[in-house]
Design a protein around this ligand. Sequence first.
Ligand SMILES: [Zn+2]
Length: 357
Amino acid sequence: MDKQGLKQPNREQQAKELTNLKKQKEYEWLNKICAWTLQEVVRNRVSNAWKKYEARKEIYPKAGYPREKTDKGWHDSFLVYQDGYQIKDNCLFFSQGQWRGKNEPKIIIPFELTNPLKGTPKIITISWKKSNWTLNIACDIELPPQIPKSEIKKIIGIDRGVRKLFANNEGWKYYNPKYWKKIREKYMELQRILSKKVKGSNNWRKIKDELRRLCRKAKNRMRDQNHKISRKAINRNDLVVLEKLNSKKMSSKENKKISKWTRDEMIKSCWYQLATFIIYKAKGAGKWTEFVNPYQTSKKCSQCGKINKELGDKEIFECLNCGLVLDRDVNASRNIREKGIRKLKLQRLGTSLAEPV
Ligand SMILES: [Zn+2]
C-alpha cells in the first residue's frame, strides 16, 4: 500500500506502463536501452523495493517509504543479459537498442579481468563504483557431485545469536564486533546532522556520501568475516547444520530492550549472508547444508536431553539433571547439530558422529 492507501501495481501492470512510457516523446531515450535491461529494472528492482519495504515494516513500523531514485548517483548499476552481449579479446560488446540486428550501434567496453573467467558468462552487472566502472560477470560453472550421504563424517552445528553472532559445537564463538557499536554511533550522528541540512544541498550531499562510505565499510568488513567463517566451516566439514531463520525472531520481547533498528538490521543481514555463503560454498564443494527448526535448541541439555526452563538470559547453560555446565550458545549449537543428524537420518558410526569434531 502506498501513502494514499492504493495497492501497488503488479509486475505485469508495471511492464505495460513501461511500454506506454516508451511511446511518449519525453521518454524516447528508453528505446535506446536494451529491452531486457529495462525489464529487469521493473521486474526485480522496483518490485524488490516494495518487498523489502514490507519486510522492514514488520520489524520497524516507521520504516522509510521507498523513494523515487532521482538523486545523482542513485542508479549506479545495470544488467546486461546473455543474449545481449559478446565478450571478445577483453572487450565487452553490447547493443544499444531493442533489436539485436547487425547494423545496430554497439557499445564497446574494454576491460581488465581481476580473476580469470571460469565457465559460461551469463549476466553482467555494470556498476559505477568509486569513480570507476566495474563489471561483475556471473558465470555458470559445473558443480562437483554431492558426496554420498553415507560418507558424511564431519558435521558442524552453528548457532546464531545477538550477543554472540555465531557459536559452534566445537566451542568456537564469535562475538558481536565492537566496531559495529562505533559504526552505529557514527551512523546515528550523521543521520542527525543530515536531517538538519537542506535536502539536495551541497552539504547534504557531502554527509550523504559520508553515510554511504560508512555503510560500505561496515558491509565490507562483515562480508570478509562471513567469507572466512563459511570457508572454514565448509573446508573442515561435510555437513553444516544451521537453524531456520525466523524473520520475526528479532522483534521478540527478549530483544526489544537492547535492540535498535540499525543493530537488528545489521545482525540479521549478517546471519543471512553467512547462511547464503555457506550454501553456495557447500554446493561448490559437493558438501551438505541442512536447516533445522530452532525450537528449544537453547533450552535443551545437549548431554542428557532435559529441558532447562529456568535458563532465562543466562550466558551459561547449567543442567540440573546431569550437571553439564556449558556456554549457552555452544550447547545450542550441539543441539542444532544433533537435530541435523536426525533430520538427515544419518547412521551413527560408533560414537564419533555424536561427538564434536
Ligand atoms: Zn543434562
